[in-house]
Design a protein around this ligand. Sequence first.
Ligand SMILES: Cc1ncc(COP(=O)(O)O)c(C=O)c1O
Length: 400
Amino acid sequence: MADDKNPQCQQKIDPHFGTKAIHAGQNPDQWTFKDVVPPIALTTTYKQYGPNDHAGFEYTRCGNPIRKVLQECIASLEDAKHCLTYASGLAATTATIQLLKAGDHVVCGDDMYGGTNRYFRNIASKFGLKFTMIDMTDLKNVENAILPETKLVWLESPTNPLMRVSDLKAIATFAHKFREDILVVVDNTFQTAYFQKPLQLGADIVLYSLSKYMNGHSDVIMGALVINDTPLFDSLAYIQNSCGIMSSPFDCYLVNRGLKTLHVRMKEHMRNGLAVARFLEQHPLVESVMHPGLPSHPQHAVAVRQCSGFSGMLSFYIKGGLDEATRFLQAIRVFCLAESLGGFESLADHPALMTHASVPPEERKALRISDNLIRLSVGIESEEDLIADLDQALKASVQK
Ligand SMILES: Cc1ncc(COP(=O)(O)O)c(C=O)c1O
């Protein structure tokens, strides 16, 4: 995506994205009454013609019409063959990890969503899985961390909350050269299918917390996996059904509705996100800003090479410490102090005390998830109101 206000991203936005978001999987002819908006079937079970002879669905844990619609729509946005949706992003993470067995090794980033870190460290490791957490921005670290027993490489790019960017193509190429069957998983929650296509860069699985941008209305918790390989899809579908971690019909209906405006929302998130990042970067009460679309970002060149734009996510260090950060977060009026991200409304988060409190303190210290780090999810309100709000809150941060 390239215009005079935006970084010169080298990947093209899919010109058919909006049409797919609105029509893929939604053909009215599949319904008895030709519903233009896919209906919600709240039934748990389906009448059969004869034993195991049915119209496509037998029990809603195994499959449901609106879930099928949503899964087809998401797969199409990713130009992929398959998608599976789950009760949350973390349920999608759980499903992915269920592909492994005791003794298997996972290489993952040291900076990632706190809940993923907690799941790997405190739950999955109890079942004999080993995790090596590294800074994925340096390919050499990945090369050194991969072992003969490595089965999975897990990436977030940009990372949550430090906005680090990894070279997805280089990492996937190295992992697959090392051993063909190493699975490369990319959590694409921050970028969405609109701005980044990890499967096209060599990933095997794309993971989403649909609770964020993809739904975009901060009213559903859901996750998804997107896959091209059919045997891998079959294994994951078996896990989805066997573990019972699928999404509910009503939630699928809402996410399917939210997806219809994803392309419209993402353009606004990008515009506002960049405007806020540029404003903060020149502000005397800000130490530094992390937004991959800024030329000052250490991996800016990789970012513009592998994506077609940026979401409204950014983090910054406010000058001072916990007191200044707290005063800032209590002074915001248009931004709201709350966990989560990716909705139409602007949110501010204090990672050390909120979303990343479960990351061990010594690790937070090493990563610089410090008391003066603030993460913003810039929404689609009017740009000047967002900037005026940040300006007054920054001024309030130094008023004792
Ligand atoms: C990057 C990322 N991945 C995964 C998750 C987990 O998603 P969920 O909250 O839907 O379980 C989150 C949640 O904040 C996230 O930010």
